[in-house]
Design a protein around this ligand. Structure first.
Ligand SMILES: [Zn+2]
Length: 488
């Protein structure tokens, strides 16, 4: 007995030591940031050019028939006039009428091309929100610190930022070794099938294989993640899928004075209860990657946990599942959003219908979600139908392109606040998914410093970008092209 007790304490002390040592070793990974090429950006000029582009109502409405193509063409004429060097030195192709593909031909065919994606379209401004804007959404107002308007973040700062960077390099007389494609879709906000998808098929038909694709999708979180002091540059390496399944059931109907044990409404309600009671299984692949980087900047007590995930995994997973946001990062989510059934209080419903929306974690598919739903509701009388989008492929982080991105993000951030780059899972969809056949390396990141207050501006009232941030966007693309031109 005494021996057993001794052994027990020995193991306990050993375990505690391992925990503490692991936590002490869980420190930021060393980074070596080379010198940055300083460029002199004419702030007045670039801010005015962006503000001007925000005036074009290049809106994507859910109803695709409500599409003002002239606004897109007018913006393109404006871009051509504003960046004559870019539009004469690069090969310009219009794809499916409104999308643009610019090719900056490199001299060395052995180097795989790099593709930058941005979209021309913006989401509409609902009537009830028009008056809520500090400055009108399509006026392109610039004040002391900000450029205001729909598209300032999503995604014209990226589109114009890329053009400014290429323009700058052309003016410096650069002619690249590597080919760079600039792909500007026109319907990203409604799925990208007519724009980015067509550009991708065109490139595929030409037998092109890409080194990497960079699209929007991640930002630099500034004070957004509780307990993390440094800036966190979140680079999307995958995106979730999406499916809305319609569940429907029919029953006999009749007068409510002599009801069956379960009406159509009751049957369907039970199905929804079952679904909510059986959430999809968890997979912490993406949060593991996230905490392996940002966990190193957490207080010691948190480090004790994240540095010892080999043992603490169940506890970590349990904690992540308690929070809406982190829960959505570790599993396919289930959201019953619509329910219809019955017409009158004393008439038995002859049918009931519900829609349940699922955001699918990579690793699962629309089909596997359907199967899980059918199994969980366990009622052959309920029909389950619906189509959706599968999750994206997951891009690697142990490759040269990801390292290049990481390095460039540090360079563009400069000697300012401490910054950490982390891979993460994008919850929404981007145009980049259409390029999966052209490369494995698809990254989603926009060089945008995002404070907690800024998150709500996306697709919403008072979208804006700070002038200082916009110059850094340009610097980032400039440096990225320079780096990508030399390396690999
Ligand atoms: Zn966007």
């Amino acid at each position: 007995m005494k021996l057993l007790l001794k052994l027990f304490f020995f193991i306990l002390i050993l375990l505690a030591s391992i925990f503490i040592v692991n936590a002490l070793l869980f420190t930021p990974k060393e980074k070596n940031i080379p010198e940055v090429t300083k460029i002199k950006i004419n702030t007045d000029q670039v801010k005015n050019r962006l503000a001007e582009a925000l005036k074009f109502k290049t809106i994507s409405n859910q109803d695709r028939n409500n599409f003002a193509g002239d606004n897109f063409l007018a913006m393109q004429t404006y871009l051509k006039k504003t960046y004559p060097l870019v539009f004469t030195k690069l090969k310009v192709e219009r794809v499916n009428q409104y999308s643009l593909l610019l090719t900056w031909q490199g001299s060395n065919p052995a180097l795989k091309p790099v593709l930058f994606l941005a979209h021309q379209d913006v989401v509409p401004v609902p009537k009830e929100n028009i008056a809520k804007w500090t400055h009108p959404a399509f006026a392109g107002v610039i004040d002391e610190n900000y450029i205001w308007g729909r598209g300032a973040l999503d995604d014209k700062s990226s589109l114009l930022g890329i053009l400014e960077a290429v323009n700058f390099l052309l003016a410096e007389g650069v002619s690249p070794q590597r080919t760079f494609y600039l792909a500007f879709g026109h319907d990203e906000e409604v799925g990208g099938e007519q724009g980015a998808a067509k550009i991708a098929s065109l490139l595929q038909s030409r037998g092109i294989s890409l080194e990497f694709v960079l699209d929007e999708g991640g930002v630099i979180a500034d004070g957004v993640i509780p307990g993390i002091k440094p800036l966190v540059a979140m680079v999307g390496i995958a995106e979730k899928g999406y499916v809305s399944l319609e569940l429907s059931v029919t029953s006999e109907g009749g007068h409510s004075s002599m009801p069956p044990k379960h009406t159509a409404v009751g049957i369907l309600s039970q199905a929804i209860v079952n679904l909510e009671a059986s959430p999809f299984p968890t997979n912490t692949l993406y949060t593991d990657k996230l905490f392996d980087t940002i966990g190193r900047y957490m207080p010691f007590t948190n480090k004790l946990i994240f540095a010892n995930s080999w043992l603490m995994k169940p506890l970590i997973t349990h904690q992540l599942a308690q929070n809406k946001l982190t829960n959505s990062m570790i599993r396919t989510t289930t959201a019953a959003t619509v329910f219809h059934g019955g017409v009158k209080d004393n008439v038995l419903p002859v049918s009931a219908k519900a829609i349940v929306n699922f955001r699918i974690l990579p690793g699962e598919t629309v089909e596997s979600v359907k199967e899980y739903v059918v199994k969980t509701i366990d009622n052959p009388n309920i029909k389950v139908e619906g189509q959706g989008k599968n999750p994206s492929y997951t891009s690697p982080v142990d490759v040269a392109s990801f390292e290049l991105l990481t390095k460039t993000i540090h360079q563009a951030n400069g000697q300012g606040d401490e910054l950490v780059v982390t891979p993460y899972l994008v919850m929404a969809g981007t145009d980049s998914r259409h390029f999966e056949k052209l490369t494995n390396n698809i990254y989603r990141f926009l060089f945008n410093y995002t404070k907690p207050d800024d998150i709500k501006r996306l697709h919403n009232v008072d979208e804006r970008i700070s002038i200082d941030n916009y110059t850094k966007v340009i610097h980032f693309y400039y440096q990225l092209i320079k780096n990508a031109n030399q390396t690999f």
